[in-house]
Ligand binder design. Structure first.
Ligand code: C2E
Ligand code: MG
Ligand code: MG
Ligand code: MG
Length: 293
């Protein structure tokens, strides 16, 4: 009796795995078609300075609108794209699109004293490619962007699993003065002593810690320690997933420089992003003009 119930358990277990495998296979097929049919587009989520209350840039987030299945979250399809290496062509397409958009905004803002940065998420698979830097150089040359507008985001987990590759690629990126951010910081259990070897500009505190600021003392201890560490190493800090004024008050008090989250804005399509940029740059302009005069 005991044996048959064990078998039964394994049958159920197998069925779940098969379903998942099928789902992944289907997603892979759909991703290939989506790449060919250009079903992807980019959204841009504003990043705000606590000091001035104005926008300093955007994070680029990929969106997939499947013709039959509707919106599919990147949290679902990016891992499959990574497993199947489709992230290599998708990632390059994203970088190309982001740089084209930078070029458009850069030209429009040309005569104003304005700085803004567009961040692009780079997956580990892309990073490991021998010709990653070569391809990046090509895109930068083709789009003619000013390099100061580009920032690359690499997750903490990726960094810790690929320290040698990271060391090599970061050097090449820094030689080109491309800015770097460590994404989802706090989720990777990294040895903190490692951090000072990476020439990064920005550390992004993961949303899970910011959201827990509302309930747990422990989260506030971790966030403050992270801010101290980052500042001692000369990094600036973006808090991810800021949703309410209480979080903002705390983060600001503790010296956090930047915030990104629904409180300020959800990710926007490119037209809304341009509108947001203009509306929130009027202030910046006034401040900068004053400083310049
Ligand atoms: P991420 O890089 O940490 O991006 C931040 C995620 O948090 C985004 O989810 C964003 O929409 C969400 N978010 C921002 N503010 C808030 C908030 O206040 N509350 C809540 N609940 N969520 C907020 P999204 O767009 O679904 O992306 C999920 C993840 O998928 C990203 O996490 C990133 O790891 C990956 N991803 C997205 N776009 C790309 C891409 O172009 N390339 C690569 N390689 N990965 C991407
Ligand atoms: Mg990111
Ligand atoms: Mg992040
Ligand atoms: Mg995150």
């Amino acid at each position: 009796k005991a044996k048959s119930s064990t078998n039964h358990y394994y049958q159920v277990f197998d069925a779940t795995i098969k379903n998942n495998t099928l789902e992944i296979l289907e997603l892979e097929t759909d991703l290939r078609i989506a790449l060919k049919n250009q079903e992807f587009h980019l959204n841009y989520q504003p990043i705000i300075s606590f000091n001035t209350g104005t926008i300093v840039g955007f994070e680029t987030l990929v969106r997939w609108n499947h013709p039959q299945k509707g919106f599919i979250s990147p949290a679902k399809f990016i891992p499959v794209a990574e497993q199947t290496n489709l992230i290599l062509s998708l990632g390059m397409w994203i970088l190309q699109q982001a740089c084209q958009q930078i070029r458009i905004w850069q030209d429009r803002l040309n005569r104003q004293y304005i700085d803004f940065t567009v961040s692009v998420n780079i997956s580990g698979k892309q990073f490991e490619q021998e010709d990653f830097i070569e391809q990046l150089d090509q895109i930068i040359a083709d789009t003619g962007i000013n390099i100061k507008h580009l920032k690359l985001e690499i997750t903490e987990t990726l960094l810790m699993n690929n320290t040698e590759i990271a060391d090599r690629i970061f050097k090449q990126l820094k030689a080109r003065q491309i800015q770097l951010a460590i994404d989802d910081f706090g989720t990777g259990y990294s040895s903190l002593s490692y951090l000072d070897r990476f020439p990064v500009d920005t550390l992004k505190i993961d949303r899970s810690f910011v959201s827990r600021l509302d309930e747990e003392n422990q989260a506030s201890t971790i966030v403050r320690a992270t801010l101290d560490l980052a500042h001692n190493l000369g990094f600036n800090v973006v808090a991810e997933g800021v949703e309410n004024i209480r979080q903002i008050e705390q983060l600001k008090n503790w010296g956090c420089e930047f915030a990104q989250g629904y409180f300020y804005s959800k990710p926007l399509d490119r037209d809304s992003a341009w509108q947001f940029l203009q509306e929130n740059l009027i202030n910046t302009n006034a401040i900068q003009t004053k400083l310049i005069i």
